[in-house]
Design a protein around this ligand. Structure first.
Ligand SMILES: [Zn+2]
Length: 265
């Protein structure tokens, strides 16, 4: 029996889902958040492995990120600190809410939160955020540690790491290929990235894992991981969209840009 374990760098993945991110750009509404369905992501990854290997089901799943804990009285900070604005407070609250919602949706699909950290926010952090000087660690080392542990203790399983950061590679080399050859990356294709990140992303996808990378933003993959029971690719442009009702059997799926204008009755 071999299972597929999934390790998600949640901070990175949330950026890909955000408006203008690589996943949002695969849809006909690039200015909106990509509604990722973690259960469908797991199914798509399982299918990806099953093309060439025997894999029975989903094993352990972890998501990592850090979410600021906002203190009681956070709303009063603009009156307490002369250089903290109401706008900064609202922005921090919005960012926390977005991450909480993201982690909740992962939890509904069975993801464990052992690698979700909730440090208290501090006034100096608000100032750094405002100056864009706050450096968030790209990958939480904890999720990489969980991956390496699983790769060593469950060598017969498969292990997907969802990230765009090649900083995971030194840690992964501890387990690969000595203990297991069943590790693979789930990422976005480096061609999608700006020059600054492309180099590191190429070292990630060019690492010779036996299982090929799964590129989430490829439209044939994005359509498999978007929320909703009726997800399609536009027959004209290939962009992904999801709608509450199925496309009628006699019609072809068309995105909002290629749908014929409705004639008023
Ligand atoms: Zn289209």
């Amino acid at each position: 029996m071999a299972d597929l374990n999934v390790f998600v760098d949640g901070t990175w993945l949330l950026v890909q889902c955000g408006a203008g991110g690589s996943l949002a750009n695969s849809t006909d509404t690039p200015d909106r958040r990509f509604p990722l369905d973690f259960s469908r992501l797991n199914s798509a990854l399982l299918e990806h492995v099953r093309v060439n290997w025997q894999c029975d089901g989903i094993g352990e799943c972890y998501i990592s990120t850090s979410i600021f804990t906002l203190p009681h009285g956070f709303d009063d900070w603009p009156t307490q600190y002369v250089d903290i604005t109401q706008e900064q407070v609202e922005k921090a609250k919005k960012a926390v809410a977005a991450r909480e919602a993201f982690v909740r949706s992962a939890a509904r699909a069975g993801y464990k939160q052992d690698a979700v950290f909730r440090p208290p926010i501090r006034d100096y952090i608000i100032r750094k955020l405002a100056d864009r000087k706050y450096q968030e660690k790209q990958v939480d080392t904890s999720v990489v540690a969980l991956l390496v542990k699983a790769a060593i203790t469950k060598a017969g399983d498969f292990h997907a790491v969802v990230t765009g950061d090649s900083d995971i590679l030194p840690a992964v080399r501890v387990a690969y290929p000595e203990f297991t050859k069943n590790v693979f990356v789930t990422t976005t294709h480096p061609d999608e990235l700006n020059a600054r990140h492309r180099q590191t992303a190429f070292s990630l996808v060019e690492f010779q894992f036996d299982v090929p990378p799964f590129y989430m933003q490829n439209k044939e993959n994005a359509v498999q991981i978007i929320e909703g029971n009726h997800a399609y690719r536009c027959e004209e442009c290939g962009l992904v969209f999801s709608q509450p009702r199925p496309v009628p059997a006699r019609q072809r799926p068309r995105c909002r840009n290629h749908r014929p204008a409705r004639v008023a009755p």
